[in-house]
Design a protein around this ligand. Structure first.
Ligand code: 0PR
Length: 398
């Protein structure tokens, strides 16, 4: 082969230099990510199967069978082993596919609104923008979960879907999906649950003895669930999951692409060419860890979450927004601007989440106790050096 590019050695050297700007999961710093370092075993498998493409499953029948098995395992975790679904690029695509399934069922009947909690991830705004739907945002109650009366008031003859969240982006809260399920059934409206984060946390916490609300297919009104392996599932990026209670919930979204090998495969995904490697690696991790492996990981994260929360509570001027529900902690200050705190933290290479009204850390498996101790030390120093404000006002600063 004739090539006129750089030598492999030169490219690797250059890459090494550029990558120095990236943060890493090993060093203290990444406290605001919902992704983590995949298991080494998963990395090896991912690299072995990079060429597999589920956009043309007729060519890759083994990979397709593996995907069916992953969907079954996810369904087992979420109380319906007979569900249908796909592994897609992430929670955003999964939520988009769910909203599209709901919209496609309602197509041409004049319905055009989705009712979501105020805490819903931006992916619902994106989905609505793409499909010209209107998003009705329902305020939260004092628990920071969706106000059920608010949902009832927001529903109208234009409602295409209701969304509940199990593990919200900012606080990890779980909406009262049991009530949402009743409402959805009463009104005959599609109910989707975004468990992109919580889907790989709540089932294990329940097995550990935590009392957490029902949120999955156990509730008859729930028609689809987002659950992402590339968050707490420890899978490689990209791997998001979309599950449907029944294939009936998605038939209106199927595209027939008959020229593809074994043309019988219908697609409801947004993308065509689709990573088989992610699916195979997710399958391998789920088989490898098993329920006990995930329980162990979640137990460690929760232990560190409690330690982190207690340490935050001791800092003068800092208070928790609410008791953590899972391994996500929201905190704020009645003395200092969150934005200023975040800015100072960033100067010290700490990357946390800065929301309009709170700061957030996600206690992922890559976080060590030593990282937490260093963070608390730095945060104490920062708050001690900032000048207290009478009424700190924070605006979204994007
Ligand atoms: N649903 C919920 C509840 C989420 O929290 C997220 C993302 C999504 C859906 C969308 O998932 P994808 O990002 O896979 O499309 N939650 C995090 C966020 O936006 C994702 C994240 C991951 C953020 C890594 C930062 C980071 O470093 O806050």
């Amino acid at each position: 082969m004739q090539m006129n590019g750089c030598s492999a050695e030169k490219i690797l050297k250059k890459l090494g230099k550029i990558m120095g700007a990236d943060m890493s999961y090993e060093e203290p710093g990444i406290l605001g990510s919902m992704c983590t370092s995949p298991l080494e075993f998963a990395n090896q498998i991912f690299a072995t199967y990079l060429h597999k493409n589920l956009g043309d499953p007729g060519l890759w029948l083994g990979t397709w069978a593996i995907e069916r098995d992953v969907i079954k395992m996810l369904g087992n975790l979420l109380n319906d082993p007979n569900c249908s679904g796909y592994l897609v690029t992430g929670g955003t695509e999964a939520n988009l596919i769910a909203m599209k399934a709901a919209r496609d069922t309602a197509r041409f009947d004049g319905r055009s609104e989705i009712v979501v909690p105020e805490s819903a991830h931006a992916s619902f705004d994106k989905a609505a923008d793409l499909m010209r739907l209107k998003v009705i945002k329902v305020p939260l109650n004092e628990e920071y979960t969706v106000d059920i009366e608010g949902v009832e008031e927001a529903i109208s003859k234009r409602t295409v879907a209701i969304v509940g969240i199990a593990g919200s982006t900012s606080l990890g809260t779980i909406d009262n999906v049991e009530k949402l399920s009743e409402i959805a059934l009463d009104h005959g409206i599609y109910l989707h649950v975004d468990a992109a984060f919580g889907g790989f946390v709540i089932p294990f916490m329940k097995r550990m003895g935590y009392e957490l609300p029902k949120f999955d297919f156990e509730l008859p009104g729930v028609l689809s669930i987002t659950v992402d392996p590339h968050k707490m599932g420890l899978g490689p990026i990209p791997s998001g999951g979309i599950l449907f209670r029944s294939e009936q919930n998605i038939v209106k979204s199927f595209y027939n692409i008959p020229y593809l090998a074994g043309g019988k495969f219908k697609q409801a995904t947004i993308v065509g060419t689709r990573s088989g490697a992610s699916v195979i690696a997710t399958w391998a991790i789920m088989k490898f860890l098993g329920i006990m492996g995930y329980i162990d990981i979640v137990r460690k994260c929760m232990k560190l979450t409690n330690y982190f929360a207690d340490s935050l509570r001791e800092i003068e001027g800092i208070k928790l927004v609410r008791e953590p529900v899972m391994n996500i902690i929201g905190f704020t200050s009645n003395k200092f601007s969150n934005y200023k705190i975040d800015k100072e933290l960033r100067r010290k290479r700490w990357a946390i989440g800065c929301f309009p009204d709170m700061l957030r850390v996600v206690v992922m498996p890559h976080i060590q106790k030593s990282h937490v101790d260093k963070f608390i030390h730095d945060l104490k120093k920062i708050t001690a050096s900032l000048i207290p404000e009478e009424t700190p006002k924070d605006k979204y600063y994007l």
